[in-house]
Design a protein around this ligand. Structure first.
Ligand SMILES: [Zn+2]
Length: 134
């Protein structure tokens, strides 16, 4: 079971968001990344959606007690929107995408937390490392 992490159960988070925002219509596979994060990497890919496999992969970095639930949900929701709003003319995050993303009640909370918590996410004491939420 790759959806069951140590802290968060991705499948049930996905089902909740799917029910609340999409009438449970999205058919996507969800998994934690299989690789353990390495400290050497200079950026943190927190989530990834593969359109050909219809699969969302969420970084194991987020499966930690010091990462709040609203943030994991925010990253998962973002990736679900990549399924709903495909890239247009090489733009990944269209206006439609961004306005839908802001519908999540914890959007601003998650953005603020991301800004001040890079050291938690990267597992280092370094600050201001770039994030790639692709
Ligand atoms: Zn994105």
């Amino acid at each position: 079971m790759t959806q069951l992490g140590r802290v968060y159960d991705l499948q049930s988070l996905f089902e909740r968001l799917n029910r609340l925002y999409f009438d449970s219509t999205l058919k996507i596979e969800i998994a934690w990344s299989s690789r353990e994060p390495t400290k050497a990497r200079r950026s943190a890919i927190l989530g990834f959606y593969c359109p050909t496999r219809k699969k969302i992969t969420i970084s194991k970095r987020l499966d930690r007690i010091d990462v709040p639930l609203f943030f994991v949900e925010h990253v998962l929701f973002h990736e679900m929107l990549h399924h709903v709003f495909p890239a247009e003319k090489h733009r990944m995050h269209t206006e439609k995408f961004k306005s839908f993303e802001r519908l999540h009640p914890d959007y601003q909370l998650a953005k603020d937390w991301e800004k001040k918590s890079s050291s938690v996410l990267m597992g280092t004491r370094q600050k201001s490392l770039p994030f790639l939420n692709v």
